[in-house]
Design a protein around this ligand. Structure first.
Ligand SMILES: Cc1cc2nc3c(=O)[nH]c(=O)nc-3n(C[C@H](O)[C@H](O)[C@H](O)COP(=O)(O)OP(=O)(O)OC[C@H]3O[C@@H](n4cnc5c(N)ncnc54)[C@H](O)[C@@H]3O)c2cc1C
Length: 352
């Protein structure tokens, strides 16, 4: 039986030596990443948690946005809990450039000295935040699933699965600042929008063109791009070992397209190299939270279920009536997916 236990507290720093004047660091920051000028759901989820942490500390919550032409989106962030939004608006910031983003974030953290910096454990966050933490010589806990404040010493308790994901470890960063963590999408709740909330937007004028950069974006290729939005998709159509071979994922892709959804997969399908890892749903893949999740030929192993069980409606198609996926399904179809999927496609194509 898969069991999770609370582990001992681990420090992110090898040497218990403070190189930072800890008292200078105040407040909670979240890095509000953007894709094509829009914030992914994890940004709002981080704002909700950031608000709670800031309130527990008696400090303010700030969001940092690096992008361009996003005034309207930026002005909405106080409604989700931000007291201050620092906004760097520059055409060179439209898409992610590691050198530019790291440089800006490091400079702003050095200037404003937040005690906590949180970001999404997205592909962008995973690429950006370790570079920032390394330059700042501070600790970073990746892929957190829980964050709390220790009331005794104001430390951020950063919880994440560890040791083969069998236990939960709580990690602290007692001697360096800021305390940094990335958080997986959909493990936190998005706060309700408060139209009466007041907050300040601070536009920062940075000479971005003067920042040395080693790479230029030549072209943006969106091949397989829908998987980037898997964590935020409203409809997810997933396949498992029951699909039998990789080419049968084409059936799922057609169904997903007709429904306006994204394609997900079990680890068995990913391990068989039928579909790339970025589509994997579950404990070691993405956590999804759609309105509708359809599972075709997926047995419902616990490691898959933890990645999709919070979906509003779960439809499972499996030819084994005892498959555990039926225990959590809203609607279950005992049947052959090779009959059910073509029938659904035919019906949906008939409607279009
Ligand atoms: C540390 C760890 C982390 C893991 N992380 C993940 C993770 O992130 N995500 C994940 O998915 N798994 C993960 N796993 C693996 C997980 O335990 C399961 O092995 C995996 O989810 C099984 O995938 P599956 O349901 O596709 O395959 P199976 O368990 O083999 O199920 C296939 C299902 O297809 C059904 N079927 C077959 N043919 C048809 C048909 N024609 N029509 C309808 N139904 C059919 C069968 O009845 C069966 O129920 C992890 C395991 C470990 C140990």
């Amino acid at each position: 039986m898969f069991a999770k236990q609370q582990a001992i507290i681990i420090e992110t720093e090898a040497e218990p030596v403070s190189i930072h004047d800890l008292d200078q660091y105040r407040g909670v920051w979240i890095f509000a990443e953007q894709r094509s000028g829009r914030f992914p759901a994890v940004v709002y989820q981080l704002l909700g948690k950031g608000r709670e942490l800031a309130d527990n500390l008696g400090e303010s919550l700030s969001a940092i946005v690096i992008g361009t032409d996003m005034q309207k989106e930026v002005e909405a962030l106080p409604g989700y809990g931000a007291d201050t939004v620092y906004y760097v608006d520059h055409p060179l910031c439209a898409t992610f450039n590691e050198d530019i983003y790291i440089n800006i974030l490091v400079d702003l953290i050095r200037k404003y000295k937040p005690e906590i910096v949180l970001a999404g454990a997205t592909s962008l966050g995973r690429s950006l935040i370790p570079g920032v933490a390394t330059i700042l010589e501070t600790g970073l806990t990746a892929d957190c699933t829980g964050l709390e404040i220790d009331p005794e010493n104001r430390l951020l308790l950063q919880t994440r699965p560890a040791y083969g994901e069998q236990i939960m470890a709580t990690i602290i960063c007692p001697h360096r600042r800021p305390q940094m963590a990335t958080v997986r999408s959909n493990v936190l709740k998005k706060p309700a929008f408060n139209p009466n909330a007041r907050g300040e937007v601070v536009s920062l004028n940075i000479e971005v063109e003067r920042i040395p950069r080693r790479t230029e974006l030549v072209e943006h290729n969106s091949e397989g791009g829908e998987s980037d939005y898997l964590a935020d998709a409203r409809i997810v159509v997933s396949g498992g070992r029951g699909l039998k071979e990789g080419k049968n994922f084409e059936l799922l892709q057609r169904l997903a397209k007709l429904l306006g959804g994204a394609v997900g997969a079990s680890r068995a399908a990913v391990d068989a190299e039928w579909i790339p890892y970025r589509h994997q749903v579950g404990q070691t893949g993405k956590i999804v939270n759609p309105r509708l999740y359809m599972a075709f030929g997926i047995s419902g192993a616990l490691q898959h279920v933890v990645g999709m069980e919070s979906s509003d409606i779960i439809v499972a198609v499996n030819k084994d009536r005892h498959a555990p996926i039926f225990d959590i399904a809203t609607y279950g179809i005992e049947g052959d997916l090779f009959e059910v999927i073509p029938a659904l496609i035919k019906r949906l194509e008939g409607e279009n």
